[in-house]
Design a protein around this ligand. Structure first.
Ligand SMILES: NC(=O)C1=CN([C@@H]2O[C@H](COP(=O)(O)OP(=O)(O)OC[C@H]3O[C@@H](n4cnc5c(N)ncnc54)[C@H](OP(=O)(O)O)[C@@H]3O)[C@@H](O)[C@H]2O)C=CC1
Ligand SMILES: O=C(O)[C@@H]1CCC=N1
Length: 275
């Protein structure tokens, strides 16, 4: 794995920041000794220290934050969208010349350019399976981002899963699909396991088989390239069990529930960008 150049600072080592940076270190795209993580509270700092990942961990006060931003070539900002302006303000004067990568839902490139005094801003929508190397991330670059910087972003995200560079207008849809999507699938796995328990299986076995079924089905789609409908048809025998199960799903509106979930989450991402 080719490593990225220079130091990396993560501002906001919560669920998404942790998934990305731990995924990057695990994949070998950066050594932990070149990573600094800034958190708001001592408790969050302790979680990172106890992880034994070997990164430098610091609590956010304006001086520490500014120094950590100034020392890095690349800064990933993974705080909540509403916290971006205060973080940007706390390290005012330090952002220029850095590659600033935002993972915030709904925060537009134009807003990022305004609040960070760096023109090299990139908007990314990753997802938490990046932690285990199965992320799906899309990104869009501000107008002043160089080709080399765009390559760095691609390299970071490719190390933790699949990556696509898209027009910024596509990022709300990506947020509704793959950004929020792991939560939909966790709910499906939980529900499948509940179904297994309802049909008489022990909980642990039901959960293991539910997760493996989702994993196996996803692998068949990505590895064969076949349309999911063909793969579905190959499971359903005439008059058999699967078609009975599929009919129950149709009756209960699974397809429209999934479509509406993605559309509603994408609309919420757009709404967050306009507030
Ligand atoms: N969770 C997800 O699946 C995804 C999230 N995102 C985006 O990622 C971003 C973070 O979300 P998520 O990880 O879920 O949220 P979390 O609450 O888990 O993480 C936010 C982190 O920001 C830290 N923080 C808050 N204020 C500051 C500050 N002033 N300086 C430094 N760190 C600070 C918090 O520290 P402390 O804990 O000490 O308060 C916390 O570690 C959001 O913008 C979200 O839209 C994008 C894609 C997927
Ligand atoms: O729920 C959220 O707003 C964030 C963005 C995508 C996933 N989690």
């Amino acid at each position: 794995m080719k490593t990225i150049a220079g130091k990396l600072t993560l501002v906001g080592g919560g669920r998404m920041g942790r998934a990305l940076v731990e995924g990057m270190i695990r994949a070998g795209v950066i050594e932990s000794t070149r990573v600094t993580v800034i958190n708001r509270t001592a408790e969050s700092c302790q979680v990172w220290t106890e992880s034994k990942l070997g990164v430098c961990v610091e609590q956010a006060d304006p001086a520490t934050l500014k120094a950590a931003v100034e020392s890095a070539e690349t800064v990933i900002v993974a705080v909540k969208p509403g916290t971006f302006p205060s973080v940007a303000e706390s390290a005012a004067g330090a952002w220029a010349g850095r590659l600033v990568i935002s993972v915030a839902a709904g925060v537009k490139l134009a807003t990022l350019q305004k609040i960070f005094d760096s023109k090299s801003v990139v908007r990314v929508m990753p997802n938490t399976p990046s932690l285990v190397g199965f992320g799906a991330s899309a990104f869009s670059c501000g107008p002043k981002v160089s080709e080399a910087q765009a390559k760095t972003v691609e390299q970071i995200l490719a190390a933790v899963g699949v990556v696509a560079q898209v027009e910024e207008s596509a990022l709300d849809a990506v947020t509704g699909l793959s950004g929020s999507g792991p939560a939909y699938i966790f709910m499906i796995i939980e529900a499948l396991a509940d179904g297994g328990v309802a049909a008489g299986l022990p909980r642990a076995l039901a959960q293991q088989f539910a997760a493996q079924t989702v994993l196996g089905a996803a692998q068949m789609v990505t590895q064969t390239g076949d349309h999911p409908a063909l793969l579905k048809d190959a499971v359903a025998s005439p008059g058999g069990t699967t078609i009975a199960g599929l009919a129950a799903l149709e009756q209960n509106g699974l397809r429209s529930a999934m479509i509406e979930a993605v559309r509603t989450a994408a609309a919420r991402s757009r709404e967050m960008g306009n507030s």
